[in-house]
Ligand binder design. Structure first.
Ligand SMILES: *[C@@H]1O[C@H](CO)[C@@H](O)[C@H](O)[C@H]1NC(C)=O
Ligand SMILES: *[C@@H]1O[C@H](CO)[C@@H](O)[C@H](O)[C@H]1NC(C)=O
Ligand SMILES: *[C@@H]1O[C@H](CO)[C@@H](O)[C@H](O)[C@H]1NC(C)=O
Length: 276
């Protein structure tokens, strides 16, 4: 490592600069989708579910878009359900058709629903396989027993290495996901008024006082009490449900970190070049 340091440093810095500038220049998924009228319904649903900002902020995603004709009964579902289902169609990594072709074994991909912190039994992951008989890429929920019937149709758009939009035959069925979403939404932001176990003080203080024991009454690594679950926008950005395939998540985070430090990189590169 020490011997080759002088020759690799400029290349490494240049690579970092490329990566960071790529992550900085954001895409807007709805602007990309609206260019292809075959996906206007899917795009409308993303807007209706208020997911465009979430997807854009991820920075590196693959969106599995469903053509208008195949959207099925998805459009008629309650908005909360649409939101949850659409989150399972957003993979937190970049996969275009070429990259999918190189996968020669079942691949677990993290989806945006995993970030909600309420995904269980693999609902936050997709299991992507090949059907060799018909040479198709198959997308399925990684929940046990989920149907393996959604196949890749083609590319809608690609902005490597940030955004890939692929079309799929219809929506991916994730067992149990609608039950989560159908929980009655809490009317206000006040979280869990019922828990009095800790009883921090007798007065009527609002529960936003950040006591470290706040989380204790609701163990979040199994079925979360439905009243806290779906509507609050990402109460826990990183899901504590650590799973085998969680390795995808930090990648996006490090991209953002790189992006935020790109100015620093420019300065580092400039001073390096000046010294060169
Ligand atoms: C994305 O595009 C939509 C529609 O044009 C617009 O309303 C929204 O503000 C854009 N978001 C960003 C972050 O540019
Ligand atoms: C592959 O596709 C064919 C044709 O749709 C289907 O009959 C078969 O069951 C599929 N195989 C697997 C393993 O899903
Ligand atoms: C992914 O799907 C394949 C094919 O059905 C299956 O053999 C494999 O066990 C699944 N992997 C996971 C982690 O669910």
């Amino acid at each position: 490592m020490g011997a080759s340091k002088n020759s690799t440093s400029p290349i490494f810095l240049f690579f970092l600069l490329l990566v960071s500038s790529a992550a900085t220049s954001a895409f807007n998924v709805t602007n990309v989708l609206e260019k292809d009228s075959r996906f206007s319904t899917f795009n409308d649903l993303l807007l209706k579910a208020n997911l465009v900002g979430d997807i854009n902020r991820e920075g590196v995603v693959t969106v599995l878009a469903i053509p208008n004709d195949n959207i099925g009964d998805l459009a008629g579902k309650p908005t909360d359900v649409i939101k949850t289902i659409l989150k399972t169609h957003v993979v937190l990594d970049y996969y275009d058709i070429l990259k999918l072709r190189t996968l020669n074994k079942p691949t677990i991909m993290t989806n945006l629903f995993q970030k909600s912190g309420v995904a269980t039994y693999g609902q936050g992951f997709l299991n992507v396989t090949k059907n060799g008989t018909v040479d198709q890429t198959i997308f399925a929920s990684s929940v046990k027993g989920a149907p393996h019937d959604v196949h890749l149709l083609g590319t809608v758009a690609a902005i490597p290495p940030k955004l890939s939009v692929l079309s799929v035959s219809h929506n991916i069925m994730t067992p149990g996901i609608e039950a989560i979403t159908f929980a009655p939404p809490p009317p206000a932001k006040a979280p869990a008024p019922a828990h009095k176990a800790a009883a921090p003080s007798p007065d009527n203080r609002e529960p936003d006082a950040p006591s470290p024991s706040d989380d204790a009454p609701s163990p979040s690594d199994d079925a979360t009490p439905p009243s806290e679950a779906p509507t609050a926008d990402a109460p826990k950005p990183e899901s504590p449900v650590a799973d085998a395939a969680d390795a995808d998540a930090p990648k996006g985070a490090s991209f953002k970190h790189l992006a935020s430090s790109s100015l620093g990189l420019v300065l580092v590169l400039a001073s390096f070049l000046a010294a060169y």
